[in-house]
Design a protein around this ligand. Structure first.
Ligand SMILES: Cc1cc2nc3c(=O)[nH]c(=O)nc-3n(C[C@H](O)[C@H](O)[C@H](O)COP(=O)(O)OP(=O)(O)OC[C@H]3O[C@@H](n4cnc5c(N)ncnc54)[C@H](O)[C@@H]3O)c2cc1C
Length: 386
């Protein structure tokens, strides 16, 4: 069901959100669920809410107390997933989930129907709108320094069952090109499969046609000869290596800095930030939102300090063609540690465990990239990319 965007302008809204993508809609959904009297105006520059996306995450990335509430977003669930490297193949019993634009639209549809979420399509917010949350997506800033995750994905429908039983979140047995390269397979059914070719690269440029050809060769190599491509997607996401961002704005989502540094993904933090905002409104009203977002961002950037260090090791210390060795080693570590890594819950012992041992990166380059402050000074001295 596609909710119809109707606006009812009788009263002033309590809150205004710009951007009806993942973070804007999850925030609206959570705020309206927690605060029964609240009315939100949502401005979306395009002609529909929620775009055309699939968003995946580890089941354990979402706080236990929010999982039931977030369940309507989930369109597909798997009990485990697999990783494949030249010298390691492993199934991890970590639940994997995926939602999409349809489930997200359906989650907010009752609030639109009730007139509590008033959607304004093809429009940006009025200048005097307040309190206001900015959920308009990512834009490069001069106080953030990132490596890049870029990908092209084809959803195919095969004539015969494709035989992929579980998500393969990294198949790094493919030729290593442009940094760390892996295929990502998401089996939506026994004939529907997302085949995505991903690169952890120094360069954000996406060669869509060349990558599309590689996807087709990978598909042919698997023997899936009779299929049709039903959907395509692409993305270039920042993987933060360093930041000295000081920002009091109520900007959320990828543009607000609320991404998992290790993956560039945002679902876990979209849910977390949505709840922080909803609870702030419950306690102190909508005017408390900008302060709550800014405080939570400062907390988030602090807790991601170690993840940014790992990204500096990955992008600046490891040889591009040998980056897969870093991940191959990581996925040999304990299952609990891997879970904690993705939900930002590493212990001091975990952190030491990841770095200690035979380093898969040259020690001199690792040491040269250890300090975030020194890294930022060097990057600034280089000047902006030409
Ligand atoms: C193809 C793809 C696949 C991804 N897969 C995953 C995944 O599996 N798991 C995961 O966690 N992350 C994934 N990500 C990363 C991240 O979760 C998404 O990019 C996510 O959509 C970011 O959410 P957001 O709310 O910050 O921005 P968006 O979802 O991009 O939403 C921004 C919205 O703001 C609108 N907008 C822009 N400017 C204005 C304006 N001035 N006024 C009003 N509206 C405006 C845009 O039209 C858009 O609707 C993926 C990204 C891409 C591109």
């Amino acid at each position: 069901m596609e909710p119809q965007a109707e606006s009812r302008e009788e009263s002033l809204a309590d809150l205004v959100i710009s951007g009806a993508g993942l973070s804007g809609l999850v925030t609206a959904w959570r705020c309206l669920s927690v605060n029964p009297g609240l009315i939100i105006d949502l401005y979306e520059i395009s002609d529909r809410i929620a775009g055309d996306h699939t968003w995946s995450f580890n089941a354990t990335d979402i706080a236990p107390e929010l999982r039931d509430w977030f369940a309507p977003f989930v369109a597909h669930r798997w009990p485990d997933y697999e990783v494949r490297f030249p010298d390691r193949r492993r199934v991890l019993p970590i639940g994997y989930r995926s939602g999409n634009s349809v489930t997200l639209r359906n989650a907010v549809a009752p609030f639109i129907a009730a007139g509590r979420l008033r959607v304004h399509l093809g429009r940006t917010k009025p200048d005097d709108a307040a309190p206001h949350i900015d959920a308009t997506g990512f834009a490069l800033r001069d106080d953030e320094f990132a490596g890049w995750q870029k990908f092209v994905g084809h959803v195919i429908r095969t004539d015969e069952p494709h035989g992929v039983k579980r998500p393969v979140i990294m198949d790094a047995t493919v030729e290593q090109i442009d940094g760390y390269r892996f295929m990502y397979l998401l089996p939506f059914s026994d004939r529907d499969l997302l085949v995505e070719d991903t690169y952890f690269s120094d360069d954000p440029h996406l060669s869509e046609n060349a990558i599309g050809d590689r996807i087709e060769r990978y598909i042919a190599g698997k023997g899936w000869n009779d299929y049709k491509t039903v959907r395509r997607e692409k993305g270039v996401l920042p993987m933060m290596m360093a930041t000295d961002r000081r920002d009091d704005s109520a900007k959320i989502g990828l543009g607000g800095g609320f991404a998992v540094a290790a993956t560039g993904f945002t679902v876990p933090h979209a849910v977390e930030v949505a709840d922080v905002i909803a609870q702030a409104i419950l306690r102190n009203g909508p005017s408390a939102v900008p302060g709550a977002v800014a405080d939570f961002r400062a907390h988030h950037l602090r807790r991601e300090t170690y993840a940014r260090l790992l990204n500096r090791m990955f992008f600046r210390a490891a040889d591009p063609s040998r980056r897969y060795v870093v991940l191959q080693r990581f996925y040999g570590l304990g299952e609990g540690l891997i879970r904690r890594f993705y939900r930002n819950g590493l212990t001091a012992r975990d952190k030491a465990r990841i770095l200690i041992g035979k380093p898969p990166v040259p020690v001199s380059r690792a040491l040269a990239n250890f300090s975030e402050k020194a890294f930022i000074r060097r990057e600034r001295a280089k000047g902006p990319p030409s």
